[in-house]
Write a protein that binds this ligand. Sequence first.
Ligand code: AMP
Ligand code: FE
Ligand code: FE
Ligand code: ZN
Length: 276
Amino acid sequence: MLELHCHTTCSDGTLTPSELVRAAARAGIRALALTDHDTIAGWDEARDACTQHGLELVPGLELSTSHNGFSLHILGFYPDPKRIEAFLAERHAARVRRARHMVERLGELGYPIAMPDVPTPGRPHIAKALCEAGYVRHEQEAFERWLGEGRPAYVPYERLSSEDGIRALRASGAVPVWAHPMLFRGGNVEQVLPVLVEAGLQGVEVYHCEHSPRQSARLLKMIEPYGLIATGGSDFHGTNKDGVELNMLRLPLTLLGPLKHLANVDRMDTTGVLVK
Ligand code: AMP
Ligand code: FE
Ligand code: FE
Ligand code: ZN
């Protein structure tokens, strides 16, 4: 089975890369993508663990961009690390500045918390801190009151348009895939899709824990005329996201072939390094 969307402690998941790989192996996954938000810091550890457990690692990331002023996530699979490092370092710094800004806003609103001490801070960490401070009963409430898009402590990502994000991924040799399009709040998918395709989008995450079977079927039909590939993943975050289990979508390994073809990945060398 295949799993193409997972987070670790390198961003807002709760398992380390090695723990994730072990859990994935136990859940029956044979090929696993690591897609932390705006970072590839987990790859090395995940690759070692994959070698140990006999899994194939699909190196990836989930890039935070904005479209029409709303958050839009782009998965990037198989970027050349050397060609994406500098770009990600800048995006990562922007993410840290944004988290500080949200913490400041919460202080102004009368809910002071400390800046979360994690490598790649995001809203889930801030929600957790609000919970631990006793301001809300659960993290979902923190999103509803302060952190959700349009709520008083929400701060959008520092400007990176989805088109520029897609172009940056392509320039690094990655295959860009629109993550969970049905969760996008800034326009309908039919209208946004051609704009992203024009910028170089190559795939759509058709299968996702928050897409209904009917929505996935709709997406599959929608991508056909553009010749885009379909990917899927659970968007596993460990205990940071309730109701999501590894391999819950039971996706077939056959989805991986077209993705590797686009990435020009022929084989792994003996050390597990991708040969392009
Ligand atoms: P960020 O990239 O920092 O804006 O955080 C986005 C992450 O927050 C997503 O990947 C989810 O893990 C989580 N998230 C977004 N919206 C909600 C929500 N309404 N309730 C709970 N978690 C959410
Ligand atoms: Fe997340
Ligand atoms: Fe996402
Ligand atoms: Zn994700």
